[in-house]
Ligand binder design. Structure first.
Ligand SMILES: NC(=O)C1=CN([C@@H]2O[C@H](COP(=O)(O)OP(=O)(O)OC[C@H]3O[C@@H](n4cnc5c(N)ncnc54)[C@H](O)[C@@H]3O)[C@@H](O)[C@H]2O)C=CC1
Ligand SMILES: NCC(=O)COP(=O)(O)O
Length: 333
C-alpha cells in the first residue's frame, strides 16, 4: 500500500470515551491504513476489542516501524474497565488526560497532528467536572486560550462542503445574544485563515448564512441581518475578504450553491452541521481552526447504541486521520 503524505512522524489518535465506538473504529482505521498512514493509539490497551493485534510502544516514533504489523499503542492506564455502550464516569479524568497528553506530544514535536475520538461531554462533566462543552473549547484552553473555530469539512462530495458555526455548543435560545458582530467577524477571519493555511485555498470565498428564515427577508422575519450582519460582511469585503451574505440558509447547500463558495459560516451549530452530516455522514471531518497544531476528528459521536456490535463504520475516522496527516505534513513543510 502506498504511503499517504510523506512524514517521519505519526498522527496521535486519542482513545476518546472507551465505552463508545472509539476503540473499535481505531482498530478499523488501522486495518484500512496500516503503514500507509502510521498513527499511534493513545489509550488503555485493555479497552481494545478482544483479539486486536496491537503493539505497545514507548515513544511515538516507534509507530513508524510497527504500524504495518500491528496497531501501535502508547499505553495510558485507566482506572476502570470499559463496557461498550455503558459509560463509566470513573474513566472520565483519564479521557481528559489523554487529550492533554496527545496535545503535549504534538507540541513537543513528536507527533504530526492530533486526531480525537469522540467523547461524551456529560460523562466527563459528571465524572470529572470537565468545564468545557467539547474538545474544541478544551483544545483552545490547552493552546493558551487560542481563538478557535470549529469547521466540519467533507471533500468526498462534489462540490466539497465546509461549514463553520460562528457559535458552537450553546443553547439555541442563547444564539441571538451570542452572535455579535465581533463573533461573526472573527469566525469569518478564522475561516479565511484556515482555508488558506490548511486547505491551500488562496483568496477563499466565504458565504455567510443569515440567522433568521429567508435571512430575515428585509426585516420581515428578523432584523439581525438588516441591522448589522450586512454591514459586517460589507465591511470585510472592503478589506479584501471574498465574503458574501447573509444568505438564506435553506438554499445555501445544494450543489450549485456550494460551487459558489469554499466554506459557509453559519449562525449556529445545527444550521452548519445538519447539511454536512446529511450529505455525507461517512466523509465528514471536524477540524479545529486557529490552533497552533493540527486537530481533526470524525464528525460523529460515541454511538453507545451500537458500541461493541461491530456495526460502527471507521470511515469518518479514516477521513480525519488522512486530513490530519495531510495538514500536519503541509505545516511542517
Ligand atoms: N467530537 C466528539 O467528541 C463528538 C462527541 N459527540 C458526543 O457523542 C455523544 C452521542 O451523540 P449523538 O448525538 O448520539 O451522536 P452519535 O454520532 O454518537 O450517534 C448518532 C447516530 O449515528 C450512529 N453512528 C454514529 N457514528 C457512527 C459510525 N461511525 N458508524 C455507524 N453509525 C454511527 C449512531 O449509532 C447513532 O444512531 C454525545 O455525548 C455527544 O456530545 C458527538 C459528536 C462529536
Ligand atoms: N457536534 C460536534 C461536536 O460535538 C464536536 O465537538 P468537539 O468535541 O469537537 O468540540
Amino acid at each position: 500500500m502506498s504511503r499517504d503524505p510523506a512524514s517521519d512522524l505519526p498522527v496521535i489518535l486519542t482513545c476518546g470515551d472507551p465505552s463508545g465506538i472509539g476503540p473499535e473504529i481505531a482498530v478499523g482505521a488501522w486495518q484500512a491504513l496500516g503503514a500507509a498512514l502510521p498513527f499511534v493509539w493513545l489509550g488503555d490497551p485493555a479497552h481494545l476489542p478482544r483479539g486486536t493485534k496491537y503493539r505497545e510502544i514507548a515513544t511515538p516514533a516507534e509507530a513508524m516501524l510497527h504500524a504495518g504489523a500491528a496497531l501501535p499503542v502508547l499505553p495510558h492506564p485507566f482506572p476502570a474497565a470499559a463496557r461498550p455502550g455503558d459509560p463509566e464516569p470513573a474513566n472520565a479524568q483519564a479521557v481528559i488526560d489523554v487529550i492533554a497528553r496527545a496535545v503535549g506530544i504534538v507540541q513537543a514535536g513528536e507527533g504530526l497532528a492530533v486526531t480525537t475520538a469522540p467523547i461524551n461531554k456529560k460523562v466527563l462533566k459528571d465524572g470529572a467536572g470537565f468545564p468545557f462543552p467539547g474538545h474544541t473549547e478544551y483544545l483552545a484552553h490547552l493552546a493558551g486560550d487560542a481563538e478557535v473555530a470549529m469547521m466540519l469539512a467533507c471533500e468526498t462530495v462534489d462540490p466539497p462542503i465546509r461549514v463553520v458555526p460562528a457559535t458552537i455548543h450553546i443553547a439555541l435560545s442563547e444564539v441571538p445574544k451570542a452572535l455579535t458582530p465581533e463573533v461573526l467577524r472573527r469566525a469569518i477571519q478564522l475561516t479565511a485563515e484556515g482555508l488558506s493555511r490548511d486547505f491551500a485555498i488562496d483568496n477563499p470565498r466565504i458565504a455567510v448564512a443569515g440567522l433568521n428564515p429567508h435571512a430575515g427577508e428585509n426585516g420581515v422575519m428578523g432584523t439581525e441581518e438588516r441591522d448589522w450582519m450586512r454591514d459586517v460582511i460589507a465591511g470585510m469585503r472592503s478589506e479584501g475578504y471574498a465574503v458574501t451574505g447573509p444568505l438564506p440558509a435553506d438554499t445555501m447547500f445544494h450543489p450549485a450553491a456550494r460551487a459558489r463558495y469554499d466554506a459557509a459560516v453559519c449562525a449556529y451549530h445545527d444550521q452548519a452541521l445538519i447539511p454536512i452530516k446529511t450529505l455525507s455522514f461517512d466523509g465528514g471531518v471536524n477540524v479545529t481552526l486557529g490552533l497552533p497544531f493540527v486537530r481533526t476528528s470524525p464528525d460523529h459521536g460515541t454511538a453507545y447504541d451500537i458500541a461493541g456490535s461491530g456495526r460502527a463504520s471507521p470511515a469518518s475516522l479514516i477521513a480525519a486521520l488522512r486530513m490530519a496527516a495531510r495538514m500536519g505534513s503541509a505545516r511542517r513543510g
